[in-house]
Write a protein that binds this ligand. Structure first.
Ligand code: AHG
Ligand code: MN
Ligand code: MN
Length: 336
């Protein structure tokens, strides 16, 4: 019988990587894992309970919220409030950060930016969805955390991860020392190490982009798409187009198999669609830790100076050689 290492055991074991760690980050990651299991339970039976469909509310993005968006948001915020290690949560589902000012959290020094339910458009049709989280240590000392504590560059993240609620449920995270994947074993209710030290292949044959927006893309992006579609055996082209519409699911596949995910600036989304603080930054951290690249077409996503909680960014993320290639097309068309 294979004895798996659970997420909890792994976190404690890796705590030794951080000599000054006193267990707070470990407990925070554990709290996120617990909330993920609760959300997973509802995602798995979504059609059987009143958790499908619209919540009848609109979030700060002006997007209709699904019941599962609201449910997941509530579960992660509750877990972070009860865990005592987080002092403020910035969620896609709330216009302003949620201050966690309680007795149990009075010494909390971690900030969590979260997309509680990624891929909402796929919830009602039983397609993989996810959760994305990004963790910072507060900069300021004393008093309540400030917006400056939250709007830190992606390179300042202390940890980042995602949960993909798919054919199996996986939690993938990094603390800056590589990327590890854990698969939920429902029979014991534990995430177990199943994908140690994930590395994204330097090149792949999968490109992921919403080609329905083709007419709104820049000429450089259009030329790269045509490059992917050309016949060239020497470079394994044409590539395969795979696009699920859930960032976590598209990224997870490309992380394991190699490939590139692109959500560029378009005429309707001049800064791209994906949000920097709780989609682009955490995914970029993971992709880079796995040996890949993540840029906005011109600069590292992790170097971007955030100015607003829900700001968006174009993103080109995945296999390093594929990101380099698309950037060549963007430079040649000078539309970066
Ligand atoms: P969310 O459900 O958290 O709003 O995220 C949806 C995002 C992302 O998951 C996905 O890659 C992208 O929206 C798909 O956008 P399009 O439907 O415009 O392709
Ligand atoms: Mn999302
Ligand atoms: Mn979301």
């Amino acid at each position: 019988m294979t004895i798996f290492k659970t997420l909890g055991q792994f976190i404690i074991e890796k705590q030794a990587d951080f000599p000054y760690a006193k267990g707070e980050l470990s407990r925070l990651l554990r709290d996120i894992g617990i909330a993920a299991k609760v959300v997973n339970r509802e995602v798995n039976k979504a059609g059987l309970v009143d958790i499908l469909g619209d919540a009848g509310q609109v979030n700060v993005q002006g997007e209709g919220q699904k019941k599962l968006d609201v449910y997941a948001d509530e579960q992660f915020i509750k877990a972070l409030q009860n865990g005592g290690e987080c002092c403020v949560v910035a969620s896609e589902e709330h216009e302003f950060p949620i201050d966690i000012d309680s007795e149990i959290s009075k010494n909390a020094k971690y900030i969590v930016c979260i997309d509680p339910l990624d891929g909402s458009s796929n919830i009602d049709v039983n397609v993989s969805v996810g959760t994305i989280f990004s963790i910072y240590r507060r900069d300021s000392i004393g008093g309540r955390p400030t917006m400056g504590d939250i709007l830190q560059k992606g390179s300042k993240q202390v940890a980042a991860g995602y949960v993909v609620y798919g054919s199996s449920t996986m939690l993938v995270y990094t603390t800056g020392k590589g990327v590890n994947g854990f698969t939920l074993d429902p029979s014991i209710g534990e995430f177990c190490l199943s994908h140690p030290s994930i590395k994204v292949p330097a090149r792949g044959t999968i490109y992921s982009i919403n080609e329905g927006n083709y007419r709104k893309f820049s000429s450089g992006v259009k030329k790269y798409i045509k490059y992917c579609e050309e016949e060239d055996a020497a470079t394994n082209r044409p590539y395969t187009s795979r696009y699920i519409g859930s960032l976590v699911a598209d990224i997870h596949r490309n992380l394991l198999l190699g490939g590139i995910f692109i959500y560029p600036a378009t005429l309707t989304h001049p800064n791209g669609k994906l949000r920097l603080m709780y989609e682009c930054n955490p995914i970029a951290f993971i992709i880079e830790q796995a040996g890949g690249k993540a840029t906005d077409g011109r600069q590292r996503i992790l170097d971007m100076e955030p100015t607003a909680l829900h700001q968006r960014s174009a993103c080109f993320m995945g296999s390093s050689e594929m990101v380099d290639k698309v950037e060549q097309f963007l430079r040649s068309e000078d539309d970066r």
